[in-house]
Design a protein around this ligand. Structure first.
Ligand code: KQY
Length: 359
């Protein structure tokens, strides 16, 4: 039986990302054991993403006290800069998952966060400041907060706004996130906190995804009934089997599937690896590691798709696929290798706030 304090019990649900937004949240990157060269190249990339989104909707950047003046100087004037402490810069995962009820009231889920796997295989320690980000966003917005009883990240879910959610087994059944959690318990969590009815389980995420396989790097809804899947035609690549397995599960769930090519394989260079600080409590990245790149990791802003590009041959086909599937939106590609080097992409560093009813 569902708890009366859950979003579902109070008629809240997560809208699709393509529904109208009041704005977008981001977090400024600064930790030098994840972002090379003291995070300067990543800051430039985040500023470019924020600037691209700000052409279509308001953007708020959460920034540490130490970086406030620098972020303010690097960001376009249209971007609102608000001080908030964090451990890293993944607004999709540490930010609130916003909800609306039928009256258009705004609320949000504050998931428990343990850096994608806690002390087992999490990416850094501590993560206490990241775990407070969602509550701070909801406080700023004066929105009702539902603290979830389990670990989950926004990158681990994609909803169609019509009752269906996509997830991967590799993340949702990860025992380092939720020890002892069963499939049935995770389904109850999704129903209660996202207001969905149907859960479509994919298997693994894209190869080398350090979150354990977030769905937001593998597949997303284009509209209810249609999913866009990162696709690989090279049988020698591990993504070949992963993308086929995902497609058969999606079709078995009654969904239509469109493909977008996986980006040309990319690897961490010697020079890039040399620019990352070593740390006993953070990511230790080695030259030659494959980067978990995907064009599916885009942000659907009001009237636009803000998508990553990498200066590789697949970029132009990816642009065409996105423009064909979202004919009413302007597809804007932003160079995103520096974001990819930190382990994610544009969808991972953004969080939409759906448009609420005006008071
Ligand atoms: O996939 C995402 N939503 C976030 C990626 C986080 C990577 C941490 N280094």
């Amino acid at each position: 039986m569902s708890d009366t304090i859950t979003p579902r019990a109070q008629n809240y649900a997560m809208p699709a990302e393509w529904a109208p937004h009041d704005g977008c949240w981001m977090i400024w990157p600064e930790r030098p054991d994840n972002w090379r060269l003291g995070a300067k190249p990543a800051q430039a990339a985040f500023a470019a993403v924020a600037g691209a989104i700000a052409r279509f909707e308001p953007v708020t950047m959460l920034v540490s006290a130490r970086q406030f003046a620098n972020a303010r100087a690097m960001l376009p004037a249209a971007v609102r800069v608000v001080e908030a402490s964090s451990n890293d810069a993944w607004a999709r995962d540490t930010g609130a998952t916003f909800l609306l009820n039928p009256a258009g009231d705004l609320a949000g889920v504050d998931w428990m966060f343990n850096a994608w796997g806690g002390l087992g295989h999490g990416l850094y320690f501590p993560w206490d400041l990241d775990d407070q980000i969602a509550a701070k966003m909801l406080e700023i917005e004066k929105a009702k907060r539902f603290r979830a009883p389990k670990v989950l990240e926004g990158g681990a879910i994609h909803v169609d706004g019509a009752g269906t959610v996509l997830v991967t087994e590799s993340c949702l059944l990860d025992q380092n996130r939720n020890s002892g959690a069963t499939r049935a318990e995770m389904e109850t969590l999704l129903r209660d906190y996202l207001g969905v009815e149907k859960i479509v389980w994919l298997g693994a995420g894209v190869p080398h995804d350090e979150t354990g396989g977030h769905v937001d790097n593998l597949a997303c809804f284009v509209r209810p009934g249609l999913v866009l899947l990162s696709w690989c035609d090279d049988p020698s690549d591990p993504h070949y089997q992963i993308s086929r397995d995902a497609e058969s599960r999606l079709r078995a769930a009654g969904l239509a599937v469109e493909h977008i090519p996986m980006p040309t394989p990319m690897f961490l260079t010697d020079a890039e690896a040399a620019g990352i600080d070593h740390s006993p409590t953070g990511m230790n990245r080695a030259a030659g590691e494959r980067l978990a790149a995907s064009y599916v990791n885009f942000y659907a802003a009001n009237s636009a798709i803000i998508a990553p590009c990498f200066d590789v041959p697949t970029d132009s086909e990816a642009h065409s696929v996105l423009q064909r599937l979202f004919p009413d939106r302007q597809v804007v590609m932003v160079p995103a290798r520096e974001i990819l080097l930190g382990g994610g992409n544009i969808h991972c560093i953004t969080q939409q706030q759906p448009r609420k009813a005006r008071e």
